[in-house]
Write a protein that binds this ligand. Structure first.
Ligand SMILES: NC(=O)c1ccc[n+]([C@@H]2O[C@H](COP(=O)([O-])OP(=O)(O)OC[C@H]3O[C@@H](n4cnc5c(N)ncnc54)[C@H](OP(=O)(O)O)[C@@H]3O)[C@@H](O)[C@H]2O)c1
Length: 248
């Protein structure tokens, strides 16, 4: 019996594949049969991701996503894609009173301009297959809730909401679907870096209906759905994966 969630034979680019959620997306998509193009700056951490992946024709392309010429080189190195997951992102903390224009620009460069322009370049150079799927990893922050000292981050993620819907409208006729996932707090390296005590983490977990933080795989499984043929009638949508946090 065929599996509509299978990614067998699909070529999928994952940015931010060297860490956290992007790493998990690359690994889980490889287990579903995809060939993965992993994008990030840190070669040794990308190699670690590769060592955890299933079989396939996987490649790494080192790229500083905030540099436009590097986006052009990345696109030149691609033959054709069935899917893209824009997962690379930064989350700096700047209280609103101190967030300068350059700090806004630094955050938008990685979180908004890089995925927007990379998508545009892939489409213009006809690197997206018909049909194909583009997935943005956004956040509940900016779209559903806000956090303190996060104006630049929340604004960049809210901007992704508008981008996804308008790209979905413009690209539907070319068979390209565009969607986003908005995660709640996911237990990635930042939670084990000593910045938060175990007590802080336990208190945070109690704020979730399902009484735990997310795991990177929780987001990877939603990405698999959006990349696969199972979601062939889904475009312009945002899937909130937050353990029920924003229901309360
Ligand atoms: N973790 C959460 O709780 C959470 C919640 C909601 C949304 N999100 C979103 O999920 C995404 C991934 O978050 P994460 O927690 O997995 O973060 P992470 O572990 O810090 O990983 C960030 C990834 O982005 C890459 N990256 C950052 N700046 C880059 C640049 N200039 N050029 C190329 N690659 C760059 C990093 O790779 P290199 O350092 O190797 O370049 C790394 O692979 C982000 O968009 C984030 O906003 C996370």
């Amino acid at each position: 019996m065929s599996n509509p969630f299978s990614l067998k034979g699909k070529s999928i680019m994952v940015t931010g594949a060297s860490s956290g959620i992007g790493r998990s997306i690359a690994i889980e998509c490889s287990h579903m049969g995809a060939d993965i193009i992993m994008v990030a700056r840190n070669q040794s951490r990308l190699e670690e991701t590769l060592s955890m992946m299933g079989e396939g024709n996987h490649v790494m392309i080192l790229t500083h996503l905030e540099i436009e010429e590097e986006l052009d080189n990345l696109v030149e190195n691609i033959t054709s894609l069935d899917g893209v997951v824009h997962c690379a992102g930064i989350a700096p903390h700047h209280p609103f009173k101190f967030v300068s224009r350059s700090k806004f620009e630094e955050t938008f460069a990685v979180n908004f301009f890089a995925p927007a322009l990379l998508s545009q370049k892939l489409v213009k150079k006809k690197k997206m297959s018909k049909p194909s799927s583009i997935v943005f990893i956004s956040s509940i922050s900016g779209n559903c809730i806000a956090a303190s000292a996060s104006t630049a981050y929340c604004s960049s993620k809210a901007a992704i909401g508008g981008l996804v819907k308008s790209m979905a409208v413009d690209l539907a006729s070319q068979g390209i679907r565009v969607n986003s996932i908005s995660p709640g707090a996911i237990r990635t390296a930042i939670f084990d870096s000593g910045q938060f005590s175990e007590e802080d983490i336990k208190a945070e977990e109690q704020r979730y209906l399902l009484k735990r933080l997310g795991k990177p795989e929780d987001i990877a499984y939603a990405a698999i759905y959006l990349l696969s043929d199972a979601s062939s009638w889904t475009t312009g949508s945002n899937i909130v994966v937050d353990g029920g946090y924003t229901v309360l």
